[in-house]
Design a binder for this molecule. Structure first.
Ligand code: SF4
Length: 235
């Protein structure tokens, strides 16, 4: 069974959430069951880019990861698109046998048994501004599939007041999961320079909201890679 891969790159650092700053090789899966209006990974979502995706065996992906990392174990992040569409169990087995750690980020629409093999599962339910409707029953299946083995965390992107209220409700469903909030980035064009002052303003807005609400279980983080590299891909 081959994997549909949009890109493999690194080592770089994780720019978001629980593993922010951690040296990482990214394996970006091609294909997603969502079409969020502000998606920053359309090249791994829109079928218009399908011709750029590669069909690769788990062994071929692993060979690339090992070469990029120089054979030195680190964290491999399975991202997308939605990596849960595909079967990453063989890749995880290959890497774990050599001491690599695996993280996966998904919106939580498709549960996979291999979630239990991960070290970190980042469930990132999408707020209303994305234009998709969350299926909480499917999300629950994802939490259950992970079980107690990986560290499972919630990461929610927030663009506006409606998203903020929605995030509070979403987080209240899973009070035991560590929670990471991040302001949304409305300008995801890789050819546009990022407005860093606007990024800071959005971050300040979210920090003010969280602190004024005394929402002390939330951690608010920027997108570190956007601050460093803007919307450049493959970094
Ligand atoms: S779920 Fe993620 S990858 Fe898929 S369209 Fe939404 S933001 Fe993009």
């Amino acid at each position: 069974m081959s994997l549909r891969i949009a890109e493999i790159f690194g080592p770089t650092i994780q720019g978001e959430g629980a593993l922010i700053g951690e040296p990482t090789v990214f394996v970006r899966a091609g294909g997603c069951d969502y079409r969020c209006v502000w998606c920053d990974s359309l090249h791994a979502v829109d079928t218009a880019f399908r011709h750029q995706w590669q069909k690769m065996s788990a062994q071929a992906v692993w060979d690339d990861v090992r070469a990029l990392s120089g054979g030195q174990p680190l964290t491999v992040s399975l991202s997308g698109g939605n990596p849960a569409i595909q079967d990453f169990a063989p890749l995880i087995a290959l890497g774990k046998a050599k001491g690599y750690r695996f993280a996966c980020e998904t919106q939580g629409s498709i549960a996979r048994p291999w979630f239990a093999d991960l070290d970190t599962l980042v469930l990132s339910p999408k707020p209303p501004s994305g234009g998709e409707v969350m299926d909480w029953a499917a999300f629950e299946l994802c939490v259950a599939a992970a079980g107690a083995r990986p560290k499972t965390v919630l990461k929610i992107v927030i663009f506006d007041e409606v998203d903020y209220a929605w995030a509070k409700d979403a987080a209240s469903r899973y009070p035991d999961l560590p929670l990471y909030l991040q302001p949304g980035n409305p300008d995801v064009d890789p050819d546009h320079a990022v407005d860093l002052a606007a990024c800071t303003d959005r971050l300040l807005w979210l920090v003010d909201k969280v602190t004024q609400d005394r929402w002390f279980t939330a951690r608010v983080l920027p997108q570190l890679h956007v601050l460093i590299w803007g919307n450049k891909r493959g970094v």
